[in-house]
Design a protein around this ligand. Structure first.
Ligand code: ADP
Length: 436
């Protein structure tokens, strides 16, 4: 093909030159005749280019028109442009088919898929987004998502731009629907927002919470009666045979443990009932930690060296009862899991990152593989070890929930055989102004 047009180009030029020279020989005007021949050739090229231009213009509206017929080099150019055009058209059709498939599959999704630009303005969404969030195609395009999902928690989630964890909220169009929002960043900081309807999971979780809370309540009364009778019987221990005395004492020990378990389960159920602490008063940490220190000293019965380091006037906004529960769990664990003669240090400090409470012990420590699961309910490193210390396995779960409700987090560092440090970190906003 390439040989063809090259040959025909050479032949054509030779022909024009030959004809011009012949005419020059006849007329004696060689220069003029060659110029005339080349000028004619140039005009012909111009005419072909004009046809090409007209065809390109026409094919913008109707791409089925075939290219103008020509031969030689220009014919080759026309054909190549046509082939290129056809290839582009086929790629466009393939792309269109892929887009249509993506659109119809996202349209069939029950989850809402929403594309936002890097400033959080709506670009595109699927039909489920209209049902779950009430978006309207005609008027919401280009609107900031925070104008349409107006919940303060969502605005905060979007502002903080920490999308590792999803956010759960009720639907803005139907309070009965519980939704889970998850944002993923892509491209030039654009946002892909996926909203799942988790109403069923939410209801099941609510049923689980209610079940645990109801069972704990129901078990409390019979257990109080059993404990009461055991106590009365043990008050008259001298009338019991040694065999029965031992059995009664063991029964009382287990009844006390069960009572502690029920109390912890009820406390967890209360903590799970809402996301925020029941109150947000400034809590005097000196008083709170001193109380916990005294209790820890009586639990330790002088077997540990326990120190407290907190500057006077330190305060934290939150629920005193909940914070007491969380901090005392950490301190009592330190006592329980530190052998006699060990040391325990309780320390509060604040800096630009917020407030921090560290409970450091020189105890038995924990293997690194247990650390990620430690705050799960009933997770124990060694169940035999825990039952001997009278633990319920719920202490750290309570700590985690209390911290979550106070926008805090728990950090655990530990080395087997060397000791552990449990640190509660609170955001700067949780720090109450220093009391003078
Ligand atoms: P428990 O009631 O069993 O103490 P927790 O939830 O308070 O339950 O703690 C979970 C597990 O973490 C404990 O069983 C224990 O093995 C481990 N643990 C907690 N605190 C410490 C600590 N200071 N030193 C060593 N192990 C600890």
């Amino acid at each position: 093909m390439q040989q063809n047009w090259q040959g025909s180009l050479v032949r054509r030029l030779l022909l024009i030159l030959g004809a011009s020279l012949t005419a020059g020989w006849i007329t004696g005007l060689y220069g003029w005749m060659v110029a005339l021949g080349l000028g004619g050739y140039l005009l012909w090229i111009l005419r072909e280019l004009l046809r090409l231009q007209r065809w390109l213009q026409a094919s913008q509206t109707d791409d089925s028109t075939p290219p103008p017929e020509s031969n030689g080099l220009l014919g080759e150019i026309f054909d190549n442009i046509y082939r290129l055009q056809r290839r582009n058209e086929r790629s466009r059709e393939r792309l269109q088919a892929v887009i249509s498939r993506i659109q119809s599959s996202t349209a069939a999704l029950n989850d809402a898929v929403i594309m936002l630009d890097n400033r959080g303005n709506l670009e595109w969404w699927n039909p489920a987004a209209e049902t779950l969030l009430g978006l309207k195609a005609d008027k919401d395009t280009g609107q900031p998502i925070t104008n349409l999902v107006r919940h303060p928690d969502f605005a905060e989630y979007f502002r903080q731009a920490d999308f590792h964890e999803p956010l759960e909220l009720a639907s803005p169009v139907n309070e009965q629907l519980q939704l889970q929002f998850q944002i993923t960043l892509f491209g030039n900081n654009d946002h892909l927002l996926v909203v799942r309807n988790i109403t069923r999971i939410h209801l099941l979780d609510q049923m689980r919470k209610d079940f645990v809370s109801n069972v704990s309540h129901e078990l409390r009364t019979p257990l109080t009666v059993i404990s009461g009778y055991l106590e009365t019987l043990l008050d008259h221990a001298e009338q019991l045979s040694p065999r029965w005395l031992r059995a009664m004492q063991q029964m009382q020990g287990q009844a006390n443990r069960m009572q502690q378990l029920l109390n912890d389960l009820l406390l967890l159920a209360r903590l799970e009932a809402s996301d925020h602490p029941s109150e947000a008063q400034p809590v005097d940490l000196c008083v709170l930690l001193q109380q916990i220190l005294n209790d820890a000293r009586s639990l330790s019965a002088g077997q540990h060296q326990i120190s407290l380091d907190v500057s006077p006037g330190s305060q934290l906004k939150g629920s005193e009862r909940e914070l007491h529960s969380a901090f005392s769990n950490l301190v009592f664990n330190a006592v329980k899991y530190t052998p006699a003669q060990g040391s325990i240090r309780i320390r509060w400090w604040s800096d630009s990152l917020g407030g921090h409470l560290a409970v450091e012990d020189s105890g038995i420590g924990i293997e690194a593989r247990h650390l990620p699961r430690l705050a799960e309910r009933f997770y124990r490193v060694d169940s035999s070890r825990s039952s001997s210390t009278g633990g319920t396995g719920l202490g750290l779960a309570i700590v985690k929930h209390v911290l979550m409700r106070h926008s805090g987090r728990l950090e655990i560092r530990s080395k087997l055989g060397e000791g552990s440090t449990f640190t509660c970190h609170f955001a700067p906003a949780a720090l109450a102004a220093q009391a003078s």
